[in-house]
Design a protein around this ligand. Structure first.
Ligand code: MN
Length: 349
């Protein structure tokens, strides 16, 4: 008797991201989205737990796919727009698993992350990478930029969604390589010009040296107060313009602590100011639509600090919104009327 496979609920099954097939690096090719984890957190200056980030974000993605797969037909309607969509058959999404990390050997870990992201970018795949503490962004950016350089990319912009600048040069405790310095280390790479570096959502207090550097170098910053005054749509449009001006693409780094700590407490630094989850989702949708993003990472998600699982679900939703144009087929001609029954009754015939 043959074993009959069936849809599984979100809490069951092997947790690849969004149930994507597992793939090896040599199977990657242009047009594919390559999800990978970087479970490194020994350069974390705050509360521990981001080594569980990749596994957490993968788990946070499963309820959505289970919900779709268990339905009578694999169509979904995007309620806000009324657009009917279906899961793209053979959606170009694969999970290459986690890159090797060596918790007691930063040089070796850095080399592993650089190598993995470089292989993905060289193949033409779109790397979507889960940290890890925010330091992982330095080797991941390095690898991606080397891979893209081999494909003709000469300049790369950088957008960091983060409550912090991460522009430390040399910290008395953590030195030059930790989760508060990766943006500074990235700024030193020849492929990026600080005029194409943008920070979205930083607030609170920071050593003056970091703000001075930002001002001196020509980088751009929007605080949460700016964003709430100017609107997330305006800010993200400008961020995309600035980061892509004169470049061949943009690397986007999302530190989940950009979201208000009341909404996403599963991270080392819980902050009192920040974006709402809705603003983050909106920003990710705009980044996807812009077509300029060449790599995305999501860092600082620490599942053990949030037993409610809000944080992993917000992080997974952000990634799924970013990937939405690739994983769903839209049927724009089938825009369903989703007005409430009450409103329909009132509408003239
Ligand atoms: Mn950060």
């Amino acid at each position: 008797m043959a074993y009959q496979r069936d849809a599984l609920p979100g809490f069951a099954g092997i947790p690849t991201f969004f149930r994507a097939p597992r793939a090896e690096f040599d199977q990657l090719e242009s047009g594919v989205v390559a999800v990978m984890g970087a479970p490194h957190d020994s350069t974390l200056g705050s509360r521990q737990g981001t080594r569980y980030g990749p596994r957490g974000i993968r788990e946070g993605s499963l309820e959505t796919i289970a919900y779709i797969e268990a339905g009578p037909e694999k169509f979904v309607t995007h309620i806000a727009s009324g657009t009917r969509m279906s899961l793209a058959p053979g959606a170009p999404l694969v999970d290459v698993g986690d890159l090797p990390v060596y918790p007691n050997d930063l040089d070796r870990t850095r080399e592993s992350l650089r190598r993995g992201s470089c292989l993905a970018a060289t193949s033409g795949a779109l790397p979507v990478m889960f940290g890890g503490d925010h330091y992982v962004t330095f080797p991941l950016f390095q690898g991606v930029s080397e891979g893209l350089a081999a494909r003709g990319v000469k300049r790369l912009g950088y957008i960091q969604f983060d409550n912090h600048l991460d522009l430390s040069d040399d910290n008395r405790i953590w030195g030059k390589h930790y989760h508060g310095s990766q943006a500074r280390r990235i700024s030193e790479l020849p492929i990026v010009d600080a005029h194409n570096m943008v920070w979205v959502g930083a607030s609170g207090y920071t050593p003056r040296e970091q703000v001075d550097w930002l001002r001196r170098s020509g980088g751009t910053l929007w605080t949460p107060t700016d964003i709430h005054r100017e609107g997330i749509t305006h800010v993200v449009n400008r961020a995309i313009e600035i980061a892509s001006h004169g470049t061949d693409g943009v690397y986007v780094s999302l530190d989940i602590d950009v979201v208000n700590g009341g909404a996403s407490p599963g991270t080392g630094s819980v902050v009192t100011d920040g974006l709402s989850p809705q603003e983050l989702i909106q920003a990710m949708g705009m980044l996807a639509a812009s077509g300029v993003v060449r790599a995305l990472d999501v860092t600082e998600v620490a599942p053990p600090l949030d037993p409610s699982e809000r944080t992993i679900r917000i992080a997974a939703s952000a990634v799924l919104e970013f990937l939405s144009p690739k994983i769903y087929l839209r049927e724009p001609h089938v825009v369903e009327r989703l007005r409430s029954a009450k409103e329909t009754e009132r509408a003239p015939a």
